[in-house]
Design a protein around this ligand. Structure first.
Ligand code: TMP
Length: 222
């Protein structure tokens, strides 16, 4: 096992931000708006996503989010998410942080903790072990958008498309995920901020930018 992923837990000189939340929570929109706002202020930003964010990881994404989900066991699925994450870290995240850029990641390891680990509680230990072994880094700041599952589901259905693997499970599943993200925020209070995702896009966006500007002031030299 290469140990580079564990050498510098917060990664290089840049700032590593992740957005988390249930499907339709608004995180992809907020990640894009934040990237635009920071670029407008002269920051170098890499906007990326999981699963995916690098050519090989995007190929793994298609295995995960398209087609018959029943073809993977829960354990295999966890391995695939970690394989995609490792590739993403090696090819995209680590080089950008080393170059002092701001990395905005639409989902990271917290999604595996919640989607694969909180919903199937018996697998959480496996999720944590694999993370320690193969990933070993956490974002500097994680913004969890806490959105009403009914609203999120309407947004998700409105989006449509082929990537319906995890969105097809309905509001009961979304509610369990929501609870999982809130518990996660309590487990990692130093890096997690929970923001009310039910508010209008611009109101939420202003708060996101304010929180991130404070983090940048604390970490990245202008
Ligand atoms: P996205 O719609 O936010 O791009 O994410 C794709 C789906 O993959 C979404 O339903 C959440 C799910 N997912 C997991 O189940 N575990 C993970 O580790 C990640 C990153 C995503």
């Amino acid at each position: 096992m290469s140990d580079w992923a564990h050498a510098d837990p917060t990664g290089g000189r840049g700032l590593f931000l992740s957005f988390e939340g249930i499907d339709g929570s608004g995180k992809s929109t907020q990640a894009r708006l934040l990237a635009e706002a920071l670029r407008g202020r002269g920051r170098e930003v890499v906007l990326t996503r999981e699963p995916g964010g690098a050519p090989g990881a995007e190929q793994i994404r298609r295995l995960l989010v398209e087609g018959d989900g029943g073809r993977w066991s829960p354990e295999t699925e966890i391995l695939l998410f970690n394989a995609a994450r490792r590739d993403h870290l090696e090819r995209t995240i680590r080089p950008a942080l080393d170059a002092g850029k701001v990395v905005i990641c639409d989902r990271f390891a917290d999604s595996t903790r919640v989607y694969q680990g909180a919903v199937r509680a018996q697998l959480r230990g496996l999720v944590d072990q694999l993370h320690r072994l193969m990933i070993g880094v956490e974002p500097d700041l994680t913004l969890i958008l806490d959105t009403d599952p009914e609203l999120a589901l309407r947004r998700g259905l409105a989006r449509g498309g082929a990537e319906d693997r995890f969105e097809g499970f309905g509001p009961g599943f979304a509610q369990r995920l929501r609870t999982g993200f809130l518990e996660l925020a309590r487990d990692y209070p130093q890096r997690c901020r929970v923001l009310d995702g039910n508010r209008p896009v611009d109101v939420l966006g202003a708060e996101v930018l304010a929180v991130v500007e404070r983090a940048l002031a604390g970490k990245v030299r202008p």
